[in-house]
Every structure is written in structure tokens, then in C-alpha cells.
Write a new protein. Structure first.
Length: 258
């Protein structure tokens, strides 16, 4: 959506937290009550989406008492307090680190090191906003939004037109889409809200990697309307030409502009 509609669509990330304390957590729908039980779920997600997820992360997390996803959420909010662009890049770095590198991103040393890697992020401000409680306060405000919309599953997307009062939205002036949906569903919602919206031509791989940072072949395939294997062949040729480079993961690759 970002590539197809660009500046016409603004994305605002709201963090749900999901797991405050895994010792008290139970997902009745998937019968998950501890970290180790999530391993088959994430393997299934990887197989269904084609994303290079390493589900063994949850074996690493399982022995940790009172594991919580909240510290990583709060760290992400601290990055977004600086700018949407900085927050977006840091959030993607967190996701890649956790799901493809088996890094436990709720650990302070880990999320701080990832912050240092993120272009444009002011590390001192990042740390101050976490230590002062400012980032946690912003995260708790997100929790209130989730409660208001009775959102307990992720991802969930809320679409509304620019100019609407975000603090007083109702289901009459916003479209609520819960759970994973195909791209076509989101496009239908966008065109229903904004029939006049324009669609941009898709840029080439190196331009996309410069614009959005590291990506998987599955993401690039989705953008270009290709199969994952077709996209991998294109990327491999570009790698030989020196335009892009890859970092190998358990079930795929992370690509960056060379």
C-alpha cells in the first residue's frame, strides 16, 4: 500500500502490546499458554506467508520467567516519538531481528543496539524517552485506543479519511478490518473511501530498498505481482550485477541495496 499510494495514504501505528506477562497469558483460540507452544504457530505463519521466519526464537524465550512483549512495544513508541519515518525503520528492524535473527527484542541491550543501527534515530533521546516514562505513556494511550475499538487480535487496520476527528471516530465514518487479509481487501476499502485516489507505478528493486530499507523477496514479490521464485530470480541477477545484496535467513533472505 505504501508503494502503490505513497503520500496519499498516511500510516499511523498503534501498539497493542499483546503479552504483558506470558506467565498469565492464554490464547484460547490457538490453545497457547506458554512461549514454546507458539513455535508451531509461527512455523505455520512462515509457510503460509512465505516470509523467512525462524520459529525457534520461541524456544529461546520459553525459559524466561514473566516474559513480556511490552518493553519492545515501548521501545518502538520511543522511536515513533521522533518521527514516523524513524519509527517505521526501527519497527522493521525490530521485526527482522526477532523473526529472522532470533533476537529477543524485549531485552534492553538488544533493543538499544538495534536503535543504534537505525538511520536517523537520536539514540540519546530514545533512551531518555524510555527512562522518563514518556514512551510508556504513549504506549498506554495506544492501549486505550485498542480498548475503545475492542481490538484484541493483530494485525488490525482502521481506515478513515484525512480530516476526520481521530479521537471521535465511529464505525460509520471508519472501516475496521481485523486479522490478516489479502491486499485486494485493503485496496477495496481504500477505493471505497477515496474513489479519486491515484495508483503509482511500482519502482524497481534497488529503488524500493533505498526507500523502505531491507526487505524480503516475499515482500518484493507482492509489490511486483510476481511469485516468490520469480522475484528471487530477478534479485539474484541484480545481486550478480552488484545492485543488491542478501543476508541469508532460515527460510529465505533479507535484501538491501548495495
Amino acid at each position: 500500500m505504501m508503494e502503490k499510494y505513497r503520500e496519499q495514504v498516511h500510516f499511523h501505528y498503534v501498539f497493542g502490546g499483546l503479552i504483558k506477562d506470558f506467565d498469565d497469558f492464554y490464547d484460547a483460540q490457538n490453545d497457547i499458554r506458554d512461549a514454546a507452544a507458539t513455535k508451531p504457530h509461527w512455523k505455520m505463519v512462515s509457510e503460509r506467508t512465505g516470509q523467512p521466519i525462524d520459529e525457534n526464537l520461541w524456544e529461546d524465550i520459553a525459559p524466561i520467567g514473566h516474559f513480556s512483549t511490552w518493553p519492545a512495544n515501548i521501545a518502538a513508541k520511543a522511536a515513533f516519538l521522533q518521527s514516523e519515518k524513524t519509527g517505521f525503520r526501527y519497527l522493521r528492524r525490530l521485526r527482522h531481528a526477532a523473526l529472522t535473527e532470533r533476537k529477543i527484542i524485549s531485552e534492553k541491550a538488544v533493543y538499544e543496539d538495534l536503535a543504534k543501527e537505525t538511520a536517523g534515530l537520536n539514540f540519546d533521546k530514545f533512551c531518555r524517552d524510555i527512562e522518563s516514562g514518556k514512551a510508556k505513556e504513549a504506549f498506554l494511550e495506544d492501549q486505550e485506543v485498542c480498548s475503545q475499538w475492542q481490538t484484541f487480535g493483530f494485525p488490525t487496520m482502521l481506515f478513515y479519511k484525512v480530516g476526520a476527528d481521530v479521537n471521535h471516530l465511529t464505525r460509520n465514518d471508519a472501516v475496521y478490518v481485523g486479522g490478516h487479509r489479502p491486499m485486494e481487501t485493503y485496496e477495496q476499502v481504500i477505493h471505497a473511501l477515496c474513489p479519486e485516489i491515484e495508483e503509482y507505478s511500482v519502482r524497481e528493486e534497488k529503488q524500493l530498498l533505498n526507500a523502505y530499507g531491507p526487505m524480503t523477496e516475499r515482500e518484493l514479490a507482492q509489490i511486483h505481482g510476481r511469485s516468490k521464485d520469480e522475484e528471487l530470480a530477478v534479485l539474484s541477477d541484480l545481486e550478480k550485477a552488484g545492485s543488491v545484496s542478501r543476508s541469508k535467513r532460515t527460510r529465505g533472505n533479507i535484501w538491501t541495496a548495495a
